[in-house]
Design a protein around this ligand. Structure first.
Ligand code: DGJ
Length: 703
């Protein structure tokens, strides 16, 4: 990573291992974009500015004003009614952090006391550039921010790009979509108060749609924001493509008073010339090295039992103790009690907010169960939904003013619950203290955060009217503050991110959460498609939820699948069991024990290795995924059939990421070189519906 400033050309050059990013100060003194793409080491090649560089439309951080008509990064109403932002270069410096370097460029408005610091952060051995902006009111009069984006990105102009993005809904998250960009503007966003699942805060652009898993240039990015966000991808009349993203400006405004600053979320961008597979691995490595909590980054995910799949609200101390004994017998490492343990919660109609153990079901509190779970050699995990309240709860009766509500209006209920206004500091402290006390007073090693409705009617009566539209952002400032403090206070606790499955999956959540209930859809066939989409940006070991051995009949679509197929699909991520162990016969318990052992054997590779999507379930009647250890000595191949009709025409499975000259032994005894495995491949016979194989491949000394 390198940051250079070539003073005579007023040119900034950022170098990552495989890419170059350049910008320069133009004739008007504004900061214009010069280049982002494959590495160009000779700085002189960047001296000739590209077409459009001198104008307003290619600014690194375009304000809305002057002769600019595209998506702005900043839109401000000054106190005197002027709505015209003109940012000019003022100064810059570089800052070294323990693991990264930062370029900070200060821009100032040409008249008003407004400054913007653009921050570009580079990390060692990493092609990701993290950008954000800090907007400051340096004067005495307030100014109102109407839109404040994190960054604008420019891939080289005049190309026709294919935009790849993801859409979804509950139970059907991370679905790939694409748009071949003509002149026009696409907006990906959310107004639901959570980052998903309708769209995910990621984009990928490749030229003419020619990139595939292994080849092709891709410019891609991710927004680190868990609330309302917006990414605008546009190609203007001059064939300039621009991606602008940040906090959603819909129903947003922020009054910046004297000396106050607004810091945007980070918007990361990266470039590769090695296809979508490489783009995914860049994100995966970046998460491990620079996003996850250090103490958890390389940890192995435990084998989990979760009560929800089978028992839902029907849980009590006695039955859970019996269940824990069975779970321990098959090799479970973490026993999680889901919804239903608190207040009077016997269905979803009451008690959210009353976070004390149910006097009827856990009359002695949670500790007797936790002690039992611990004595069986397992850790204990607990579910909570602290952002919510049931109207039928002691909390709501005590604090009806804590929920979002507009004056003179009812508020809509969904799943019989209302949303607490976490932007209020008293609500924030309540949520923090609830979780902190539970963690402090119990030996809880796993915390499943849930969130089962969106934010609607975001009325916030107790603040001044001009400040009310800041609520979407203040909510998340407080949310992050809670988890910043909790993860610091309890570094050994694993935190699970769940929002009705994958409703809030983004890079800001990854800073605090170690696992994701990525979908409530536990059908393993649907899971093949989820895994393909989810892994585009997210490390496979984060994947819980669908990675589940549960009842043969999947609640979402009624499909029956064999336990073996569920187990193999579950091992693609962080495996959990939700099967009704009381109804399993000894043979089934033994079968589960076998899967538990296999999962533990392969997870050092599946959780710490590099990930390859070999065959898409969208193209073949099977999916194939491969994990390769970082030293390239071990690989695990998953071949997962959907419906096999013509066994003899199944494709050979060609592996990836191996050392060509090394000889490997494929489980079963066959030996081949890495080159042979990668170019010739191996046949993997599958029969009928839902047949599957998990195959270990190990480097061996050549005989
Ligand atoms: C939705 C989650 O996605 C499920 O896993 C489960 O925790 C339920 N909520 C509990 O209400």
């Amino acid at each position: 990573m390198q940051i250079d400033y070539i003073a005579e050309k007023k040119l900034f050059v950022l170098a990552t291992p495989n890419s170059t990013y350049a910008m320069a100060i133009n004739g008007q003194g504004a900061l214009g974009h010069v280049y982002w793409g494959k590495r160009v080491s000779r700085a002189a090649d960047l001296f000739e500015p590209p077409p459009g560089f001198g104008g307003v439309s290619q600014q690194e951080y375009p304000g809305w004003g002057e002769y600019f008509f595209d998506e702005p990064a900043l839109k401000i109403a000054f106190h005197d009614g002027t709505r015209d932002v003109r940012l000019r270069y003022a100064s810059h410096d570089t800052v070294s952090h323990r693991e990264s370097r930062e370029l900070r460029i200060l821009l100032k408005d040409s008249f008003y006391p407004l400054s913007v610091t653009l921050v570009y952060r580079l990390h060692p051995d990493c092609d990701v550039i993290d950008r954000h902006a800090v907007v400051t009111n340096e004067g005495a009069d307030p100014m109102t921010i109407e839109s404040v984006q994190s960054a604008a990105w420019y891939p080289p102009r005049d190309n026709t790009y294919r935009l790849s993005y993801q859409t979804g809904r509950w139970g059907k998250e991370y679905r790939p979509q694409e748009w071949t960009m003509g002149q026009g503007r696409a907006v990906l966003d959310t107004r639901r108060g959570t980052s998903g699942p309708d769209f995910t805060p990621f984009f990928w652009l490749d030229v003419n749609g020619k990139a595939d898993e292994d080849n092709g240039q891709i410019w891609f990015g991710a927004l680190h924001w868990s609330g309302n966000w917006k990414i605008t991808i546009e190609r203007n009349r001059d064939n300039q493509t621009r991606i602008t993203g940040g906090v959603n400006d819909f129903d947003f405004s922020w009054v910046l008073r004297t000396r106050e600053s607004f810091t945007t979320p980070v918007f990361s961008g990266a470039f590769t010339d090695a296809g979508f597979g490489a783009a995914s691995r860049i994100w995966h490595d970046y998460q491990r090295a620079y996003l996850f909590r250090k103490e958890k980054a390389n940890g192995l995910m435990p084998l989990i039992y979760n009560s929800w799949g089978t028992f839902q609200f029907d849980i009590d101390e006695k039955r859970m103790v019996q269940l824990a004994e069975l779970a321990a017998g098959i090799g479970v490492e973490l026993f999680v009690i889901d919804d239903g343990w608190f207040g009077r919660r016997i269905n979803d109609k009451c008690s959210l907010g009353d976070w004390y153990p149910s006097p009827d079901r856990f009359p002695n509190g949670l500790n007797p169960l936790i002690d039992k779970v611990n004595s069986l050699g397992m850790d204990f995990g607990l579910w909570l939904e602290p952002e919510m309240v049931s109207p039928d709860s002691d909390l709501y009766r005590a604090h009806p003013d804590w929920v979002f509500r507009f004056q003179n209006r009812d508020c809509s209920q969904y799943r019989h619950q209302l949303v607490l206004n976490l932007a209020r500091d008293d609500v924030k402290e309540f949520a923090f203290n609830t979780m902190h006390n539970l963690l402090r007073n119990h030996n809880i090693k796993y915390f499943k955060l849930d969130n089962n409705r969106y934010i609607s009617e975001p009325g916030w009566a107790c603040v001044d009217i001009p400040d009310q539209k800041s609520v979407w952002v203040k909510y998340y400032h407080n949310f992050y503050d809670i988890f910043e403090r909790l993860t610091k206070a309890f570094p050994n606790v694993l935190f699970e991110n769940c929002a009705s499955g994958g409703g809030r999956v983004d890079f800001a959540m990854h800073r605090y959460f170690d696992r994701i209930n990525r979908s409530d859809n536990q059908d393993p066939l649907d899971e093949l498609f989820l895994h393909e989409g989810f892994t585009q940006a997210n490390l496979p070991k984060l994947a819980g939820g669908g990675c589940h051995i549960s009842k043969g009949m999947c609640g979402i679509n009624g499909r029956s699948t064999p336990m073996r197929f569920q187990a193999h699909v579950g091992m693609l991520g962080s495996l959990a069991i939700g099967e009704n162990l009381f109804q399993c016969n000894p043979a089934q318990l033994d079968e589960l024990k076998g899967y538990a052992a296999l999962y533990k054997e392969i997870r050092p590779v599946t959780h710490r290795g590099d990930f390859y999507r070999l065959i898409s379930p969208r193209e073949q009647p099977l999916a194939a995924f491969e994990y390769v250890s970082k030293d390239q000595n071990d690989a695990v191949l998953f071949v997962l059939g959907q419906s096999m009709q013509f066994r003899d025409v199944l494709p050979n499975i060609r592996l990836k990421g191996l050392r060509p000259e090394t000889v490997y032994e494929v489980e079963g005894g066959k030996r081949m070189s890495g080159a042979g495995l990668m170019h010739i491949g191996i046949p993997v016979p599958l029969r009928g519906d839902f047949d599957s194989r998990v195959i270990r491949i190990r480097a061996v000394p050549e005989a």
